[in-house]
Design a protein around this ligand. Structure first.
Ligand code: PMP
Length: 569
């Protein structure tokens, strides 16, 4: 049913274990969207003509499909949004403008996704209220006693993920709602169901939550569409979120009145095709049955947990008693990013990094993890393939990046010990041509990334020293440190030293050094790094640049070159 899964990646059958980030789409969803565009496409709610009627009908039918799927009382309580993030922003913003005031509290947990933290911080800043995070234990479970202690008359909103995207912990959401009703009667309860919705049965009446939000794309549906369920009375009491067409009753320059639910919260032309695709996705998962999906995935998780623990040096992060199909892990001495690169070469898609949960990573004392997340189309054979590659990585990885430990203070000897790379060629262009010639010898991704890693092996190990004397580059998945200067004795030549704790990033740093270190600042500024990486077939490190350090490294080097060229250093 999933055409995309039939492909090979780097010559290996694709194994897609990044379902918590986004699921693949069955043919039924792709066809529903295509049918809509080929037959029914028009704007909704606005015209008498046949296409508009059909589009409106499909859109409103989809709302009814959602209603049944989550067992809402009334389809008008199901608002279409752009996704979970959009839904939470809507709730936080509208509560901020109506219910939150100085001294009020919003209770979250340490497990939350940034999407369930930052919108609340924005609302808190605007209202003088306070965001509080209830703690978890080392297994990644919310401590219910601690949660209860934090509920009070001051609590105006509680917003908790049903399932943690980073660890897979299933939170006792029904119990938390009951406790909230008892101890924080002024609070609305928001369930972030982004990671639950595709993995178990949802019944908003049974839960008795005020809001429940989810995204289509994690439910085998399209991106850019999601749902905000809210109890009618709670939604009615909120001010509108955005203004525009479709959300009004009458408009005049003197006074505008708003439409009834659900239109009040759906300003502008929505993602009609996305909504139709989402309804097809819901029909699709229901034809399989969410209870069966949950049972299959539970079995797969148990199998995967047992097998992955066979890998020497593995550390599973998140061992809650109740878990959805997510395994987060680390291998001793190997950067998560390097594991991700190696798995990709084997055709296995996983997510590496902080999973948009920086506070959680800090609480667990890790920079990030590797995360394999399952869907019902995954199999035990695929898990076996993952385990084999991980065993291979654990056995073959040289602890190359394990540089001297970081010290708290920089000593003069440390700074002297740093070697600023001399120039490798006449100009950045000449260096680029030489590198391109070398790399052209490799015609596959594995060969190219090994070439990069080998270059990194020859990079002087200055991680500890650089860490002691410079700030970590923001926006990188691995830890990257860089210092630059005008070459002593010159006024216009850039020199820099950098290091990272992931092998692949060390290799990228080595490439950047060959290109730029020891070169005239103006030449550095004029050189098109992105085009060069496309030319040598390593543009994946450009397209995912924010996550592996290259993007911010490039920006930092350009800044240094500009400072030198304009004589600021
Ligand atoms: N909450 C959780 C628990 C999530 O896993 C995600 C997606 N990773 C989000 C919120 C945000 O969802 P979206 O990006 O689809 O808006």
């Amino acid at each position: 049913d999933f055409p995309i899964l039939a492909q090979t990646v780097h010559g290996k059958p694709l194994i897609y274990f990044d379902n918590a980030a986004s699921t693949q789409k069955p043919r039924a969803v792709i066809e529903a969207q295509r049918h809509y565009y080929e037959h029914d496409n028009a704007n909704i709610h606005r015209a008498v003509h046949t296409l508009s009627q059909r589009a409106t009908h499909g859109y409103e039918q989809a709302r009814e499909t959602v209603r049944k799927f989550i067992n809402a009382r009334d389809a008008a309580e199901c608002i279409f949004t752009r996704g979970t993030t959009d839904s939470i922003n809507l709730i936080a913003s509208c509560l901020g403008r109506s219910r939150l005031s100085t001294g009020d509290e919003v209770l979250l947990s340490e497990l939350e996704h940034h999407s369930n933290i930052v919108p609340w911080q924005l609302a808190a800043q605007a209202t003088g209220s306070k965001v509080i995070a209830t703690p978890i234990n080392n297994a990644g479970e919310i401590l219910i006693d601690e949660f209860t202690k934090r509920l009070s008359l001051k609590t105006k909103a509680v917003s908790i993920s049903w399932v943690s995207n980073a660890l897979g912990s299933i939170n006792p959401i029904a119990e938390m709602i009951r406790l909230t009703r008892r101890h924080a009667p002024n609070a609305v309860f928001v369930v972030d169901a982004a990671q639950w919705i595709a993995h178990g049965v949802t019944d908003v009446l049974l839960l008795d939550c005020d809001f429940l939000v989810f995204s289509g794309h994690k439910l085998y549906g399209p991106t850019g569409v999601g749902v905000l369920y809210g109890k009618r009375a709670v939604l009615d009491a909120l001010p509108p979120y955005q203004g525009g067409g479709d959300m009004i009753e009458t408009v005049s320059f003197e006074k505008t009145t708003y439409a009834a639910l659900p239109n009040k919260f759906e300003a502008g032309t929505p993602n009609i095709a996305g909504v139709i695709g989402l309804a097809a996705a819901i029909d699709y998962v229901q034809s399989i049955g969410l209870a069966d999906i949950a049972a299959y995935e539970h079995d797969l998780l148990q199998y995967a947990t047992a097998r992955i623990n066979e890998v020497p040096t593995i550390r599973v992060i998140g061992t809650a008693a109740s878990k959805a199909g997510v395994i987060s892990f680390l291998l001793d001495g190997v950067a998560a990013l390097d594991i991700g690169v190696k798995l990709d070469e084997a055709g296995i898609a996983v997510r590496t990094g902080h999973h948009c949960c920086m506070p959680l990573m800090k609480r667990l004392g890790v920079e990030g993890t590797v995360r394999a997340s399952f869907a019902f189309y995954n199999t035990k054979q695929e898990v076996d393939a993952l385990v084999e590659i991980l065993k291979w990585i654990a056995k073959n990885h040289k602890p190359a990046a394990a540089a001297p430990p970081a010290c708290a203070m920089a000593s003069p000897q440390m700074i002297n010990a740093i070697s600023f790379a001399p120039r490798s060629a006449e100009s950045p262009k000449a260096a680029a041509d030489a590198l391109a010639e070398d790399i052209a010898l490799f015609d596959d991704a594995a060969g190219r990334s090994q070439f990069v890693i080998d270059l990194g092996d020859r990079l002087p190990k200055s991680f500890g020293q650089l860490k002691a004397i410079s700030q970590r580059l923001p926006g990188c998945m691995s830890e990257v440190y860089v210092i630059g200067r005008a070459k002593p004795g010159s006024t216009n030549v850039l020199e820099f030293a950098a290091d990272a704790n992931a092998d692949i990033v060390r290799g990228l740093i080595a490439i950047m050094q060959r290109l730029f270190s020891g070169q005239r600042a103006d030449d550095v500024r004029a050189f098109d790094v992105e085009a060069f990486f496309r030319r040598i077939g390593l543009d994946q490190f450009i397209t995912t640049q924010r996550r592996n350090g290259l993007g911010s490294l490039v920006a930092k080097l350009r800044q240094l070159a500009t400072d030198i060229a304009t004589k600021e250093v």
